[in-house]
Write a protein that binds this ligand. Structure first.
Ligand code: IPE
Ligand code: MG
Length: 243
């Protein structure tokens, strides 16, 4: 298939908040706070461009290893933003979904997540996915455990397992896989994000730090995406013919 002009699913590793703040002599948390405005701008841009799914990597499992002060700030920011933004999500027909490990989070966070998901469940506009306490390896592991359970209860025989079985148990299996991954702040790595779901995703890296990301930066990424040819392992001629 040739690349459709617009992606159905854009995933973003929002990186560079800390360095953005430090470069201005500000504490790191100021960068995280400034990153909220960039999130709001990006959500508006995604809606403007009729992107059906937007996934944002907010907090990775490895981020717990940061200094306590920063982790506590990020947890507080997440909770207060969920509270503040719920009305906005409802008003704008946004459906919120949170992916990640919910067993090892503060019960207060778990409760808030369930509330916001329920409050927006019937919305039909943008699906906004927030990856919180998420990692790609965790996702593969939790899917594997579910398959093991099916084998254990004799619903599934190991020799019958295909990638579809694993796919079904992965986070967001009901949604299209990301067509485009954006990472800000000049780093060019996946950092244990959606390892399974990004198998055929187009990557776009920008030097812009996350707090400076806005609609025009989002549009640059969409433009880059439109110029890519996705081949899915085939050769160019085959993909051109299959349109
Ligand atoms: C991204 O910015 C935000 C989170 C991971 C929560 P960073 O905090 O990683 O910023 P840098 O990479 O240190 O600049
Ligand atoms: Mg970083």
């Amino acid at each position: 298939m040739n690349t459709p002009i617009k992606p159905k699913h854009v995933a973003i590793v929002m990186d560079g908040n800390g360095r953005w703040a430090e470069s201005q002599g500000l504490p790191r948390f100021a960068g995280h706070e400034a990153g909220i405005a960039a999130i709001e701008k990006t959500i508006r841009a995604a809606i403007h461009h009729h992107i059906p799914v937007l996934t944002l990597f907010a907090f990775g499992i490895e981020n717990w290893k940061r200094p306590d002060e920063e982790v506590n700030f990020l947890m507080h920011l997440f909770l207060t933003q969920l509270d503040l933004q719920t009305a906005h999500f409802i008003e704008n027909n946004i459906r919120l979904r949170i992916i990640g490990d919910r067993i090892h989070i503060d019960p207060e966070h778990g409760k808030k997540i369930e509330e916001v998901e329920l409050a927006t469940a019937k919305n039909t506009g943008l699906v906004l996915v927030i990856a919180f306490n998420y990692s790609g390896r965790w996702d593969i592991l939790q899917a594997t455990k579910q398959l093991c359970q099916q084998v254990y209860s004799a619903q599934l025989h190991p020799k019958d397992i295909t990638d579809r079985h694993l796919q079904t148990e992965m986070a967001l299996s009901d949604l299209p896989e990301p067509d485009l991954l954006i990472r800000t702040s000049g780093e060019q790595r996946i950092s244990n994000f959606m390892l399974w779901q990004l198998a055929y995703t187009e990557f776009y890296f920008t030097e812009i730090a996350w707090p400076d990301f806005d609609q025009s930066e989002f549009e640059k990424a969409l433009q880059a995406f439109a110029s890519r040819q996705r081949r899915y392992g085939l050769i160019g001629k085959q993909t051109a013919m299959s349109v």
